[in-house]
Design a protein around this ligand. Structure first.
Ligand code: ADP
Ligand code: MG
Length: 202
């Protein structure tokens, strides 16, 4: 959905698991704002260097120029007062300070479009996305395709790695799963040769 009024501040959140098309949808909305000749700025957390340092990138290889920033203070410092539309990808990596920053931008008349994971790899709400959902005017929940059964997928299943909440990765580390296939994997007994320590994590 596109913004109803060119001059009104508001907040849009695009959430869902990995591979659900959040970045694709964010890029689509920001491209349309640029077509409408609005002044757009795009930000992403510097931690996300999976594909490119200074672009937001979708798994379908679409991309858009973005400023990669270490934290919310840097984001606010980089914000041009003339900017009408702000896009933020991977919101979950910016931490809780993002909520007040986004609120203040929208209060000043900026349309803020945010994409982020709503759940971590254990299926827990991934702050600050739940808080952003609560203050947003418009919410889009994207679903991926389950890598096991082809159903709609709401979870990001971690295939490899440790148990830290933040672990940047793509198809080598995560896959999209529906609730049933996610639960089946998380509750499966660890096999003797399983040394990744993940099976059975609940
Ligand atoms: P997100 O930002 O939510 O991780 P992207 O916009 O980067 O999603 O990627 C979405 C694209 O990823 C899809 O259009 C499709 O081409 C590709 N893709 C790869 N695996 C899957 C999957 N399991 N489910 C849906 N799309 C997938
Ligand atoms: Mg993305």
């Amino acid at each position: 959905m596109d913004h109803p009024r060119r001059d009104a501040g508001w907040i849009e959140v695009i959430c869902g698991p990995m591979f659900s098309g959040k970045s694709e949808e964010l890029i689509r909305r920001l491209r349309r704002a640029a077509i409408a000749k609005q002044r757009v700025q795009v930000f992403k957390p510097a931690i996300d260097r999976r594909y490119h340092d200074t672009r937001i990138t979708s798994h379908s290889a679409q991309s858009l120029d973005a400023e990669a920033l270490p934290d919310v203070a840097a984001l606010l410092a980089a914000l041009d007062p003339a900017t009408q539309v702000v896009g933020i990808d991977e919101a979950q990596f910016f931490g809780p300070a993002l909520v007040a920053a986004v609120q203040s931008m929208a209060d000043r008349g900026v349309r803020v479009v945010i994409a982020g994971l709503d759940q971590d790899y254990l299926g827990r709400p991934f702050e600050p996305v739940p808080q952003l959902l609560a203050i947003a005017e418009q919410i889009t929940k994207c679903l991926a395709v389950c890598s096991q059964c082809g159903a709609l997928a709401s979870r990001s299943f971690r295939l490899a790695g440790g148990d830290e909440r933040v672990q940047v990765g793509a198809a080598d580390t995560y896959e999209a799963r529906c609730r049933a296939c996610y639960l089946a994997a998380m509750t499966a007994p660890a096999s003797a040769d399983d040394d990744d320590g993940l099976a059975g994590v609940a």
